[in-house]
Ligand binder design. Sequence first.
Ligand SMILES: [Zn+2]
Length: 378
Amino acid sequence: MTDSHRPFLPRAVPVLRLAPGTLQIGGADGDPGLRVGPLPADSSRALAVLLRGLDGNRPTAAVVAEGVAAGLDRAVVADVLAALRACGRLVDVSSTDLLAAAHTPAARARTEVELPAALGDGRPGTWGRRSGSSVVVDGATRVGVPLASMLAASGVGRVHVRDRGTVGAADTVVGGLSAADEGRPRTLAAADAVRRAAPDVDLRPLPPGTAPDLLVLTRPWAAVDPLLAGLQSARVPHLVATVRGEVGVVGPLVVPGRTGCLRCAEVTRTDTAPEWPALASQLREPPTARTGPPVGPVTGGTGVSLATAVTALTQALGHLDGTAAPVALDATLELRSPDLLPRRRPWPAHPACACRAGAAAAEGRPGAGGREQGHWGA
Ligand SMILES: [Zn+2]
């Protein structure tokens, strides 16, 4: 642990008096906690004040010095901080996290609620990385807008929802578009929804010639849309997150060069159902394309839409944070009523698909992160 890390005890972690001179920090709800004491009464009170003041702004050395100045033993303070870290109640904020979090008192207050989830398990710097990340959500749907709102609220610095057409009455969903948005342009209404959840987020489309860190496809059959084939060649990581009928589908998460692609799943499906390409070509057509202006696909009740959005949030953040391999790599997570618990279905790369060969040929190419082609922001 370097001195650039600043200990932060989330306000949700209680500092309780267990007995005279003895404190219990956390552990009130089955989670690991720490008991300290018995200490002299003055020391116990000073330690409680010191712990409650761990706001992530001061390095560990400054906190220890502050404790000593308050009459506490240096070794006791250091041991308590180390034990709280070990049991996961204390997280460390890095200087990059601080820079990303402290714009205004209100922004700081909102961030403090989100930091424990982002920085837990010894991941200082995660908040700073999220702040520098960009996500484009393709489709202001009942999954897409709540997902975009949650990504922004979880610290992703730039979130743009792209769509066309206008909002319909059935688009209303908790955390997404509202009844008052009916008739408005979908992109503008979606931006307002994201801003309600995260007032400081950057909502602008990405500049031409740049690509997001992740593109999320939220239309029911976007995965078979030929317009999206360019994602693979441009090496833009992309994630499917949608509801088909009443089944939530999250994944696959495609990282070009590392995983199978959306076509792999289609080829696999065609192996067992030769009629699939003919059906898919009809499914990808918007239902109203021949009868009027485009509207968004309306599918999925509130429960399955929001459960799908939350599941997609965890996969997207896992990819952006780079701290663990998302389970939606080469797989889908499917959510069905009544429990809506995600169930994983593997979709390995298909040997007849050229994506793996193409990836192998591209290995070692400078800048192979895929940010140099196309206009993905609008
Ligand atoms: Zn493939």
